[in-house]
Design a protein around this ligand. Structure first.
Ligand SMILES: O=P(O)(O)OC[C@H]1O[C@H](O[C@H]2O[C@H](CO)[C@@H](O)[C@H](O)[C@H]2O)[C@H](O)[C@@H](O)[C@@H]1O
Length: 364
């Protein structure tokens, strides 16, 4: 439906790709994940790798009837890698796909165009912001070490953080994403939510003495992952503390199968690790049931909104891994999932609105 790679390169220039699905029962409640997983990501779901309910790919044994299982699995992974490649010419879109896309856009208007409805629906509720980093706050670039956010985006996030509890939720190592964002007073959920730190609920965000919330459910895997990264040749390996990213953006396509085989051979004997895929990146993660959605729930709970109806969580993301968070919002029957686009504009508008509602009152 929407070119993920394109969205990643120029996320703040794209238009009409925000996703807002009003839920008539709850006013502003948003049921975004179902629409996203069916429509948005479908062009990037390799045919051999159907998306599982949890947003990850599972590989059925039936798929490999005429090949060895190992060969079949490697080919499936390479197919998936190709599907997320911008260098690959996509087959022309069929009429029915075009109709589906148009219907989808009509049914999923821009968050900016629905801004009034959103803020009206938030009345009496505390907005809590969740922001993915790569491809959402920063553009997608060749070198993962240079995925800097602009100063304008930093200002927009800083201002939002002044008015609303705000979390950065990323696959990156927490320290690394902090070195990019450089804003104190926010929550940082690194390693796909497995490493969370931020101001505690009762702390004053303007004071330096707030306590940290620290949660590292996957720490037992850390050393093991660290050791194994050294054994994966080629490509760029990024240690995200509780996850490992193996980047293939700069690897020639003919080498992808070899790369997958190498990575999978490392994983043999480590049933507690699993392989997933992002944008031109293979990710090795612990099999524990923890993801960005769980991180969102954990943060809401630590803010005192575990079972509250007085909260409006807003999650902005661009990637398959963000679907876990969208799914949590859908299951909670509250909140708002926004697909990346004009993020900065949306954040600024939210701040302007909040400022206007505070006119004449004590500022935050
Ligand atoms: O959860 P996110 O904040 O979206 O992080 C997901 C991965 O993002 C990074 O990789 C992606 O961005 C790179 C820089 O633009 C790009 O070169 C790469 O191809 C993308 O996959 C990060 O390097 C990974 O560790 C994160 O898991």
């Amino acid at each position: 439906m929407v070119d993920q790679e394109k969205r990643g390169i120029t996320p703040i220039e794209m238009t009409n790709q925000n996703v807002v699905v009003p839920d008539a029962r709850k006013g502003i409640g948003i049921t975004i994940a179902m629409a996203m997983s069916k429509s948005l990501f479908s062009p990037f779901m390799p045919k051999l790798l159907p998306a599982a309910a949890d947003g990850y790919f599972t590989i059925s044994r039936k798929m490999f009837s005429k090949k060895t299982e190992t060969e079949g699995k490697t080919n499936s992974w390479v197919d998936s890698m190709r599907d997320s490649s911008p260098t690959r010419v996509k087959p022309s879109t069929s009429l029915s796909e075009t109709e589906e896309k148009n219907t989808w856009i009509v049914n999923h208007p821009s968050a900016l165009s629905m801004f009034e409805e959103i803020v009206n629906g938030s009345k009496g509720k505390q907005i809590v912001m969740f922001l993915d980093y790569d491809g959402t706050l920063s553009p997608i670039v060749e070198d993962p070490d240079r995925a800097f956010m602009t100063n304008e985006m930093r200002e927009a996030v800083r201002d939002v953080g002044r008015y609303f509890p705000t979390a950065i939720v990323t696959g990156r190592c927490r320290d690394k994403v902090y070195s990019f964002v450089r804003l104190a007073g926010l929550y940082y959920a690194g390693s796909h939510g497995m490493d969370i730190k931020g101001p505690s609920k009762n702390s004053c965000r303007n004071k330096k003495d707030y306590q940290d919330v620290l949660f590292q459910p996957a720490s037992e895997f850390s050393r093991m992952i660290d050791e194994r990264t050294k054994c994966i040749p080629g490509a760029k390996v990024e240690d995200n503390k509780f996850c490992i990213s193996v980047h293939f953006r700069r690897v020639e396509e003919k080498m992808w199968a070899t790369l997958v085989e190498q990575v999978r051979s490392v994983l043999k004997g480590y049933p507690k690790l699993r392989l997933t895929q992002g944008r031109k990146v293979l990710e090795i993660r612990p099999t524990i049931k923890w993801d960005k959605g769980k991180a969102l729930e954990f943060l809401l709970e630590s803010l005192g909104y575990a079972n509250s109806t007085d909260v409006l969580p807003v999650y902005i993301g661009d990637d398959r891994t963000d679907e876990d968070a969208f799914k949590v919002l859908r299951n909670r029957g509250q909140g708002l999932g926004i697909l990346v686009s004009k993020v900065k504009d949306f954040l600024r508008r939210l701040v302007e609105w909040k400022r206007s509602t505070l006119q004449g009152q004590c500022r935050v």
